[in-house]
Design a binder for this molecule. Sequence first.
Ligand code: NAD
Length: 255
Amino acid sequence: MDRLKNKVAFITGGGGGIGRATAERFAEEGAKVIIAEIDIEAGKSAALSAKKIAKNTGGDAYFIETNVSDADSVKTAIKKTIEKYGKLHILHNNAGGSTLLDGPVTEAPIEEFWRCINLDLFGTFLCSKYAIPEIVKSGGGSVINMSSNVALMALPGRDCYTAAKGAIASMTRSMAVEYASDKIRVNAIAPSVTLSDRVKKLLEKSPEIESISKKHLLGLAKPIHVAELAVYLGGDESSITTGQIIPVDSGVTIY
Ligand SMILES: NC(=O)c1ccc[n+]([C@@H]2O[C@H](COP(=O)([O-])OP(=O)(O)OC[C@H]3O[C@@H](n4cnc5c(N)ncnc54)[C@H](O)[C@@H]3O)[C@@H](O)[C@H]2O)c1
């Protein structure tokens, strides 16, 4: 259990769902994990849980209240990360998500478009902007962005979220080229429906749940399935993987 030993990771939205599962797995693999989360209760609880799971691996977890859409908040969180652990090797831009307000461009509220852009895309931009210089100083590492299957296939009815996740996929490729000489890999994970508590609630209200489930050849994903790919991307095992948008999607993009 030492695939991430001596690494320091900054996970946004690490208080819930995929981010929390990833924080727990990272700590279990020996990483020191910053849980950069807007929800104080969720952030504290995830840090406690990840710390417990780390046992004697050398892993640790620490909560820093962070709003990824606010430049000052992100700047401060990165500064506190360095004060706490001295270095930074892994940035996981995980905070984000769609809502039921989304829809086709002609119907989606303008506010929902900017909510997605502000949280998913601008949050990824801001955290990368302030974290990458610290990763460079630490000798290199890995940026793990969070895209979605909607960036790889047409999924009608979520045009705001699709725009944000598509832009993240594109930015992942350009960032991979820009920071390769600094020994920083930049990849994105593209999950399809993953049963975080938030998504479970969304699905309860969806008449499409049966048809969605049928298209997932191996069943719907759990947060841990996505977390396992993040462990690979965060660690040295992925040392020549960069610029990739990697699905964790139960085959939905090929069926
Ligand atoms: N669950 C899915 O089906 C699915 C599918 C594809 C992609 N994704 C992506 O995976 C990521 C995680 O999804 P999830 O389902 O685990 O979400 P979630 O809602 O369960 O967890 C997201 C966490 O981010 C936090 N957060 C929200 N706004 C924030 C902000 N401004 N600053 C810091 N933290 C903030 C929330 O409090 C929450 O703890 C998102 O980027 C989402 O778009 C999820």
